[in-house]
Write a protein of this length. Structure first.
Length: 180
């Protein structure tokens, strides 16, 4: 859909997505745009997921090992890549409250999608006998996502930056991985 492509391009350029501006660019009215893409938060959630999902998949594919170590490395790498992306940081600085609502609450679709993807990763490792989790995979996936959120959004939540690289250690500890 053209509206999504333009909005995604603007987002990657660090631009704020304004629905009226997007509607004008497309030569339609705002009501039509809202019918096509939903509200601004829904559009931003779709854009963010379109960028996060392939990053997560690439991180999973590139992470060595199995079980808890594999999951901790994959998700830790994902958190680092997301944290270091300029467009993502621009969005967090520009609209911190909106970003947290879209990314870290049930008000948006992003968090649920990320939890589902992490749950799938956990279930894959469980199915191959590489992981014996201390909690049901859905609960564990939610905790893993909350760890990522705690590190990636720390400066917004607490005002103090945290070292995102430590997310891997925290996830490993949760899953019972002890680095050699």
């Amino acid at each position: 859909m053209e509206a999504f492509r333009i909005a995604r391009r603007w987002f990657l350029e660090g631009r704020r997505i304004e629905m009226q501006e997007l509607a004008t660019e497309l030569g339609i009215n705002r009501a039509t745009l809202f019918r096509w893409v939903g509200g601004r938060d829904e559009l931003l959630a779709e854009i963010l997921w379109s960028l996060a999902e392939p990053t997560l998949r690439a991180s999973i594919d590139a992470a060595p090992g199995h079980g808890a170590a594999h999951i901790a490395r994959a998700v830790g790498h994902y958190a680092t890549v997301i944290d270091e992306s300029g467009f993502f940081q621009a969005f967090l600085r520009r609209e911190p409250e909106r970003a947290l609502r879209i990314l870290a609450t049930r008000a948006g679709t992003f968090q649920g999608r990320l939890v589902a993807a992490i749950e799938e990763l956990l279930n894959d490792e469980i199915a191959t006998g590489q992981l014996d989790p201390p909690l049901p995979s859905r609960d564990l996936a939610f905790l893993v996502v909350r760890i990522v959120e705690s590190f990636v959004y720390a400066d917004i939540i607490t005002g103090e930056p945290l070292e995102v690289g430590k997310a891997e250690q925290a996830i490993g500890a949760l899953l019972g991985h002890r680095p050699a």
